[in-house]
Design a protein around this ligand. Structure first.
Ligand code: ADP
Ligand code: MG
Length: 875
């Protein structure tokens, strides 16, 4: 079944032309599609390499040998990197070899179609000519026959009339001539007929079929070549080749090799093993009572008429607490049992097949389960602790039975606590401290007695005033108000944190007080159940300052601390200071409110960068900031600093934005980046404290220098080098500055340039501005950021180049004479600023490269830094 026998007719001919036209169109389209595929694979590879860059930002090396999960991730990144370069290489091959083959296939196909048309035309013309020749001969033949017939008739007529002579002779000659012509024509016709018959025979039997067969073979050959192109395309875009498969299988088996149960036991523990923490020894310090002979005995509870009632109260309280613990333990045990059953069921389902839903459900239940186990262990040990204390109290009370306890007043009257005893002043003071601490069972009368003994000792002051408050509470409420807890209820712990002695006089000196830190920041600090801190906020309606306890307990919870100065409380007793209230709440280990169930366990202290406003004195205004003014100031009495303030009229949201700058700056440490000292948020106004850079803003500096002409070209290049060095550092940290300009750089000693004003900075590889863009420094901003809101470090490169231009023009405003809109339009049309007078050519070359419209064509900061440093050295 070939073209030769089957495609001779007109319909086939037309079909052959049409199919070739269509094939050409399709091949051309395939070529376009392959080009698009190349583009998309290259973009994919670029996106993947961004992922790899992101992955490499966190160094895994320290733990990758000990922790399987980290190793597996490291391998996954390597495989992804490998995959990325495979995709990129394949796209390159597609773009070159495959597309070139495709172009030649298309050209051949077009030539072939042209040849087919020409050849078929030629054959047809040839055959038509022969046919026409035969036809012509036939007509001539017929005319000659007619003529001969007429001439013959004329001759016979003359002969029959008996005419002779020349007329007859003429007629005869004519007849003979025509007869000769006819005979010759006859042969011509016969031969022409044979010619056409033979030609047709050979055309139909040989020429046309063999031409059509050639055509078929040629078309097939091109199909073969096209198939090769498709095969190559398939190979180069196939993600299921054995090579990829191997990579993915390796990743899969790597992931399978993570065994959560042995993750830390296999080598981590071995490598980082440490001795268990030794418990502190808490012993009754016998020196406290060795110098007087009261009935008090070291470590033994004192039961007398002043202590019996508090002891009984404490016993009841303990018994209630134990009941609560018991109840909570029962609830937890029941839940524990039902969770075990559910987990077993889920484990069975997981063994059969993993689905995202089952895995999620399993993880959720398992999390609840392990939290529950932890809480049960905690509740059990709490219960044991309560039981121990309960027994310690119960024993002497039971022994006393119904008999009256010995009166304490008698002992005092006997002079056992006489101030004229032989104790030294310091041991006296110690004794009193001790007495105050251990007056667990004391009453108002005993307090006043102690006060009488020595009320002037400074060390006791805090407790004294505390007692005063207790007394007041008692007297003013006729006993109906619940008494504040006695100081003895603050247990000491290993850190000594709960000791009353450590309590600060001012809330702002409390280590857990974080001032007006925004909620978002607070949430970042509180991560585990029981983490807590104190902060200040403003009541949105009344604008009044309120104190808030923020706790993490199954989520972030915020409690407004109720009360006024001197009487702060949650649901229970009131305290003189917020610090006392919080320490007490921590020490008793019961929920802050019944509804929340939140328990305080771990106070989150202020970090070193969280400064106290009182440590900063503002001296002189040096600039106007976006959110408030900028001052020169003194920090802790001797450091000169720059302070950015945030107007206290701004909303929480704006304050958050203001603090964003500090939060970003906090992480950097580089000679060409303004140094961060801290954030003061203990009260309004919130301030960001930085090193004071003596030369002020670079823009002002340049303009001054421009007038005095006291700076040379080499120094200008050095300024560009400094800025590039700072920016290269920021780039390496994944920070986009977004507002790089001479006005936002500072000049320090020896004209060192420092990057400053991180108010618009973001720590992202690519930052998209979705909402309307406000306050954009148009003349400094790259076109892709203006047009699409896409910011990358390559936008900073654009701005950096404007900064270079500002440096070399001594602070001229860029695109002088053009409005922002005009400058923007000019840039879109391809205009770029000429070099300021005196700019070295090499420097202007860099500027122009930084102003490439396509971000990817711009150089990176590291490269700029190296090139400029080399230029600078040469100068
Ligand atoms: P804004 O975010 O409002 O633009 P900037 O950080 O740019 O604020 O600071 C405004 C001005 O304050 C600067 O141009 C400069 O004159 C001065 N300034 C800011 N920080 C410092 C500093 N650390 N040392 C000296 N001057 C500073
Ligand atoms: Mg600024």
């Amino acid at each position: 079944m070939g073209f030769g026998q089957n495609l001779q007719g007109r319909i086939s001919h037309e079909a052959l032309i049409k199919v070739q036209d269509t094939e050409i169109k399709i091949l051309e389209n395939i070529k376009r599609c392959i080009a698009l595929r190349v583009e998309s694979d290259r973009q994919y590879a670029t996106a993947l390499s961004k992922m790899v860059t992101q992955a490499n930002k966190v160094d895994c090396s320290e733990f990758s040998d000990t922790l399987r999960f980290i190793k597996v991730w490291e391998n996954m990144v390597v495989e992804t990197e490998c995959l990325t370069s495979n995709i990129r290489d394949n796209a390159d091959t597609l773009a070159t070899r495959t597309l070139e083959t495709m172009t030649s296939v298309i050209n051949e196909k077009k030539n072939m179609k042209r040849f087919y048309l020409d050849e078929r035309n030629r054959l047809e013309t040839e055959f038509n000519k022969l046919q026409a020749d035969v036809q012509k001969l036939k007509i001539e033949y017929s005319k000659t026959v007619e003529r001969l017939k007429a001439e013959k008739a004329k001759y016979q007529d003359l002969q029959s009339k008996g005419k002779g002579g020349s007329k007859l002779e003429d007629a005869k000659t004519k007849c003979n001539r025509t007869a000769i012509r006819l005979h010759r024509l006859h042969n011509d016709y016969v031969l022409a007929l044979q010619d056409v018959v033979e030609h047709q025979k050979s055309y139909l039997e040989n020429t046309l079929p063999s031409f059509l067969e050639y055509q078929q073979a040629a078309q097939e050959l091109l199909v073969l070549q096209s198939k090769f192109v498709l095969e190559e395309y398939h190979k180069l875009t196939n993600f299921s080749t054995s090579d990829y498969q191997r990579k993915f299988d390796k990743i899969g088996s790597d992931i399978d090799s993570i065994v959560p149960e042995t993750e830390y036991t296999s080598s981590f523990i071995g490598k980082y093993k440490s001795e268990p923490i030794q418990s502190n020894i808490f012993e009754f310090d016998e020196r406290l009572i060795d110098s007087f002979s009261v009935s008090l005995q070291p470590g033994v509870l004192e039961v007398d008429d002043v202590t019996i009632e508090p002891l009984q109260q404490r016993k009841t309280q303990l018994s209630n607490q134990m009941n609560e613990c018991q109840k909570s333990l029962e609830i937890k045990t029941t839940r524990h049992k039902s969770l075990s059953v559910e987990l077993n069921r889920l484990e069975t389902s997981l063994a059969v097949g993993k689905t995202a839903e089952v895995v999620a459900e399993f993880a959720e239940k398992k999390k609840e389960f392990i939290i529950l186990e932890k809480e049960m262990a905690e509740t059990e040990s709490n219960l044991q602790k309560l039981q121990c204390i309960f027994e310690t109290i119960s024993k002497p009370l039971d022994e006393l039975g119904d008999s009256n306890p010995p009166p304490v007043s008698n002992l005092l009257e006997n002079g056992d606590l006489d101030t004229s005893s032989t104790l030294s002043t310091s041991s006296q003071s110690k004794k009193k401290t001790f007495l105050n601490y251990f007056r667990k069972q004391s009453d108002a009368q005993a307090y006043s007695l102690d006060n009488n003994i020595d009320s002037s000792k400074k060390k006791l002051k805090q407790l004294d005033s505390y007692e005063q408050h207790e007394l007041n509470a008692e007297t003013s409420s006729n006993g109906s108000t619940s008494l504040p807890v006695s100081p003895s209820k603050f247990p000491e712990n290993a850190t000594g944190l709960l000791s009353l002695e450590n309590l600060p006089a001012r809330l702002q000196d409390d280590e857990c007080f974080h001032g007006v830190l925004p909620r978002e920041e607070v949430q970042r600090l509180l991560v585990n159940n029981g983490d807590y801190l104190i902060r200040e906020s403003k009541n949105k309606k009344t604008n009044e300052v309120q104190h808030v306890l923020s706790v993490f307990w199954e989520g972030h919870k915020h409690f407004i601390i109720q009360g006024t100065e001197g009487a702060w409380r949650f649901e229970g007793q009131a305290f003189r200071t917020i610090s006392e209230l919080i320490r007490y709440q921590h020490s008793i280990g019961t929920p802050v409110t019944t509804k929340s169930q939140a328990i305080l366990r771990n106070p989150i202290k202020r970090e070193a960068w969280e400064l106290v406003n009182d440590d900063i004195q503002l001296e002189m205004k040096i600039g106007n900031g976006n959110f408030g003014e900028v001052y020169k100031g003194i920090f802790r009495g001797d450091h000169v600093v720059a302070v950015k303030t945030c107007k206290d009229t701004l909303s929480e949201d704006q304050r958050k934005k203001f603090l964003q700058e500090g939060r970003i700056l906090k992480q950097y440490d580089h000679p060409n980046i303004v140094e961060f000292i801290g954030i003061a948020a203990s009260r309004q106004p919130v301030m960001i404290v930085m090193e004071f850079v003596s030369g002020g803003a670079l823009l002002t500096f340049l303009r001054k220098q421009g007038k005095s002409q006291s700076i040379n070209k080499k120094q200008l290049i050095k300024m560009c080098v400094d800025a590039a060095c700072g920016m290269a550092y920021l780039e390496s940290k994944g920070c986009i500055h977004r507002d790089l300009a001479a006005r936002n750089c500072l000049v320090g000693d020896q004209n060192i340039v420092k990057i400053s004003d991180f108010g618009m900075s973001r720590e992202e590889g690519e930052y998209h501005v979705s909402q309307g863009m406000k306050q954009i420094p148009i003349k400094w901003t790259a076109p892709e950021a203006l047009n699409f809101g896409i910011y990358t470090t390559l936008c900073d490169i654009w701005s950096y180049s404007i900064l270079m231009w500002e440096i070399f023009s001594f602070g001229v405003t860029p695109y002088t004479g053009s409005t922002n809109a005009q400058a923007r339009e000019k840039i879109e049309e391809g205009y770029r600023m000429p070099a300021p007078a005196g700019t070295p050519d090499e420097v202007y070359e860099i500027m122009k490269r930084c102003w490439e419209y396509e971000p990817d064509k711009r150089p990176h900061f590291q490269e700029i830094y190296s090139t400029l440093s080399a230029i600078w050295k040469k100068y």
